[in-house]
Design a protein around this ligand. Structure first.
Ligand code: ZN
Length: 287
């Protein structure tokens, strides 16, 4: 469950950015502060962020964003001058009403307008992988079930084997190179073997050309690539990501053509495809 919100603020007229996308700890309160009527955001971890000044029409307590308890957010209008939710293109903004709330599901993004400000709120979506006690492990992103599963790589390798049009996952003892040789000796059509490289790291060895990509680059048969934290293998649409328990989480790009993991860069762009991250539909993978 997320304890954070991603927030940005622009001026409605002219569109100048008052607050570039920031990840802030819930609950947060937006209001004005001091004689200069500075815009102020206070976050749940005690952090305070200021934006602009001269916002006399902003209430001292204008808007709050709190966790909804089910992974989403609740936006509450406490203002004197009103907050309106921006609807679909062409439809007029809908006033929340003082004391009124808007609930946002995890992964949702909404924009609100109030006293000349446009506030964009994203509820980060999270995908939790159960810890398995291994410092380095694979995360299997099953597109059919939508669930993430951690795979142990301690002394074992994982083979992706073609069986007709299906791809089967098989666990094999030993380092990747040995496991690949063994599996081939048994006549298996190995697409890729991922496992220990014998030097403390993890590698992926491609079994067949034009079947497997590593960080969006197609591999040739026999090619071995290191699997570092957040590296992604795509095997006929099935994703295997390497995660380090120590380094924690990655932000998954939601561009359907990409789906690569990125380090913590909300508000920046995917390092592979350039799509904006932290747009409310990106999701965290934790392990
Ligand atoms: Zn991307």
């Amino acid at each position: 469950m997320s304890d954070d919100v991603e927030l940005s603020i622009r001026e409605v007229t002219g569109g100048s950015v008052l607050l570039a996308t920031e990840t802030l700890r819930l609950p947060i309160e937006i209001g004005r502060f001091g004689a200069d009527n500075v815009g102020r955001i206070s976050a749940g971890d005690g952090r305070v962020v200021h934006f602009g000044e001269g916002y006399g029409t902003l209430s001292r307590q204008h808007l709050t964003i709190t966790p909804s308890g089910d992974g989403g957010l609740v936006v509450t209008d406490l203002s004197s001058n009103g907050v309106a939710q921006i609807g679909q293109e062409g439809s007029p903004p809908v006033p929340i009403g003082r004391g009124g709330t808007v609930r946002m599901a995890a992964g949702a993004m909404r924009a609100f307008e109030t006293v000349g400000l446009r506030v964009t709120v994203c509820s980060p979506k999270e995908a939790q992988v159960d810890a398995i006690g291994q410092p380095l492990h694979l995360v299997y992103d099953s597109s059919s079930t939508g669930r993430l599963k951690a795979l142990d790589l301690d002394g074992v390798s994982i083979a992706l084997v073609a069986s007709g049009s299906e791809v089967l996952m098989r666990r094999r003892k030993g380092r990747a190179a040995q496991a690949l040789e063994d599996a081939r000796g048994e006549g298996a059509q190995v697409l890729v073997m991922i496992g220990p490289d014998g030097a403390g790291g993890v590698e992926a060895i491609c079994g067949m050309s034009d079947e497997v990509s590593h960080n969006r680059r197609m591999l040739d048969a026999g090619e071995a690539v290191p699997m570092d934290h957040l590296a992604t293998l795509d095997i006929r649409g099935q994703l295997l990501r390497i995660m380090s328990a120590e380094e924690g989480k990655g932000l998954s790009c939601t561009n359907a053509e990409c789906r690569q993991l990125n380090p913590y860069l909300p508000g920046e762009n995917c390092r592979y495809c350039g799509q904006r991250l932290g747009d409310g539909t990106s999701y965290w993978v934790h392990s």
